[in-house]
Design a protein around this ligand. Structure first.
Ligand code: C5P
Ligand code: MG
Length: 173
């Protein structure tokens, strides 16, 4: 059932999704966050480019539209996704949500990484995500946290990301 045929209540038209991801930090791999390559001696390990932020965002979009999760649409057993840029996953999730009648209106996210410092890359990451998603940069928030040297993130062994997105029923057609 399309969102429009469900009635016009505002509550029927807004959907929220949450996403989380984690990847190991290793030598010899790039550190790619939101499609931006950040200079670092350690990078993220994974089948694709292991862009932990894009993966969390992809799951948040799929979650908001109740369309499963990233592994369902892009299994890491599939050679097509080996070394692939994760903005492709993000855009595909957005297209699936659009096919269900929803457009992305807001993104909030947090990357939890001990080092390097990321704040000087914030605008580049926001711009990259906004361009990939074709929404205003003002609707894309990216935050950074350390884990205060505690646990696998704090010890610099992994990076995590969390994301929340809002979808709205697309009244444009
Ligand atoms: O984790 P903590 O509260 O100490 O982070 C303080 C600030 O440092 C954050 O608000 C963020 O702007 C910045 N930060 C960063 N890169 C990281 C972690 C945190 O720029 N990898
Ligand atoms: Mg991932």
């Amino acid at each position: 059932m399309s969102p429009r045929s469900r009635g016009t209540s505002l509550l029927n038209q807004i959907r929220t999704g949450i996403g989380w991801d984690s990847h190991r930090l290793v030598r010899g791999r790039p550190l790619i966050l939101g499609g931006v390559s950040v200079p670092s001696d350690l990078g993220l390990e994974g089948h694709s480019d292991a862009d932990v932020l894009s993966h969390a965002l992809t799951d948040a979009i799929l979650g908001a539209a109740a369309l499963g999760d990233i592994g369902m649409h892009f299994p890491d057993s599939d050679p097509r996704w080996k070394g692939c840029g994760s903005l492709i996953f993000l855009k595909h999730a957005q297209q699936l949500a659009a096919a269900k009648g929803y457009r992305l209106v807001n993104v909030d996210s947090t990357v939890i990484l001990e080092r390097p410092k990321l704040k000087e890359y914030r605008e580049a990451i926001r711009r990259s995500l906004a361009e990939a998603l074709e929404i205003e940069m003002d609707c894309v928030s990216v935050k950074f946290k350390t884990a205060e040297q505690v646990g696998p993130v704090g010890e610099g062994r992994t990076a995590e990301s969390q994301a929340v997105v809002t979808l709205a029923a697309d009244e444009r057609g």
